[in-house]
Design a protein around this ligand. Structure first.
Ligand code: AMP
Length: 380
């Protein structure tokens, strides 16, 4: 009998999940609020609001198991669905990861180090907490934030008024958290998968570079000493076990003076794991599907070295990438729009030298030296 996997959210993550599940003989049904959601080009699309019970009921009746491409699906909708069809990851894990405050409290309780933070409900509380933390901070919305959206940098107490003007009105709706600004040297992520039976596997650590809060480039394996890498994997594993998590997730970490500080967890396949499509034995997308269906997990070992370049706003000329010996192109089929993730490229090579050459060439051909130079430097 045909198995249909339902995916809430129809963006590029759902699209790549559907593409990776096709060889397994699976069918997909994607639900999104937008009729032009890009996963709809690769799988049947059900257009509806996640809070609309009749739309959710139709979705539930047409799928055997459900998962997410979008972590801000209302937790109540996920729970409503879970009463009717198996849902992975479980709605509790989703709800925890939706709230930066709850998430940071959980990290602390699991001895996963985090920077200083506090919930703030009023302007006065913000001022008090900024003074207590001392130095630069970031005010963030607790919920519904992603890719640096809903954030305000505070250099000192003098910026409190401007920060409150920008985000204060959201204190009563999605809540606010103020965090110490971490002067980190590097940003890395653990992308890992946990099966229904509790089996845990992690891909090698990925190093990430952001521009304006949005991922710009990733490199794997990140060059990190073994003991530090083991610590990162252990943090991710404790987190996944504590949540009884099933599927792929990412733990985003800052590395400061040789120590980890956790930023956040993404309860889904993650942009920093896109390189796994060509750069690893089993991609994050396939392993997510395998986990959700209770199938054996695939090997997460790397095939050489990989670099992923994100295309934000519009995709550049693909021939620059396709002309590289191991250049791979991913166009999500989205209309160009400022700040939107519309595609990515992955370059893969046996050696770091070879990868640096290819990445450098792509940077030159596309006049994107600033995007590729951190990668080239890290590979030297
Ligand atoms: P987020 O939406 O929390 O993942 O933040 C997006 C990006 O903003 C991160 O990847 C960091 O580059 C930066 N950022 C977020 N929080 C902090 C922080 N507390 N200290 C320094 N940089 C941060």
């Amino acid at each position: 009998m045909m198995t249909t996997v339902g995916i809430l959210g129809g963006g590029q993550l759902a699209r790549m999940l559907a593409l990776s599940g096709a060889p397994l003989g699976l069918r997909f049904l994607v639900m999104d609020t937008e009729a032009d959601a890009c996963a709809g080009q690769c799988a049947p699309l059900l257009v509806g609001d996640y809070r609309d019970e009749s739309a959710l009921a139709e979705f539930a009746s047409r799928v055997d198991v459900a998962t997410f491409d979008f972590e801000n699906v209302p937790a109540e909708s996920a729970e409503w669905l879970a009463a009717r069809v198996p849902v992975f990851p479980n709605p509790r894990a989703l709800a925890l990861a939706q709230d930066r405050l709850v998430e940071k409290n959980l990290f602390r309780s699991l001895a996963i180090p985090v920077g200083d933070y506090a919930a703030v409900a009023t302007r006065d509380e913000l001022e008090t907490e900024v003074a207590r933390i001392g130095g630069a901070c970031i005010l963030k919305t607790r919920r519904m934030g992603y890719d640096g959206k809903g954030q305000f940098r505070i250099r000192s107490v003098a910026d409190v008024e401007a920060a409150w003007q920008a985000l204060g009105s959201q204190a009563a709706t999605v809540g606010l958290i103020v965090e110490a600004f971490i002067p980190f040297q590097r940003e890395l992520s653990v992308v890992a998968v946990r099966g229904r039976d509790g089996e845990f596997r992690s891909w090698p650590l990925t190093e990430n570079w952001h521009v304006d809060g949005v991922l710009s480039a990733s490199l794997a394996p990140a060059i990190v000493d073994d003991a530090l890498a083991e610590q990162a994997f252990a943090h991710a594993r404790r987190l996944a076990d504590a949540l009884d998590y099933v599927g792929v997730f990412a733990l985003e970490l800052f590395c400061r003076d040789g120590q980890w500080l956790a930023n956040e967890m993404a309860p889904r396949v993650h942009n920093s794991g896109h390189w796994t499509i060509e750069g690893s034995e089993t991609s994050q997308f396939e392993n997510h599907i395998r986990a959700v269906l209770g199938l054996p997990l695939g090997d997460t070992r790397m095939l050489g070295h990989a670099c992923m370049l994100n295309w934000i706003g519009e995709v550049p000329d693909r021939t620059a990438v396709l002309s590289q010996p191991t250049g791979h192109w991913h166009d999500y089929g989205k209309l160009p729009r400022s700040g939107r993730k519309v595609g990515h490229a992955t370059l893969r090579a046996e050696t770091t030298t070879e990868l640096a050459t290819q990445v450098g060439q792509v940077g030159d051909l596309l006049a994107r030296q600033s995007q590729v130079s951190p990668i080239v430097q890290a590979l030297r």
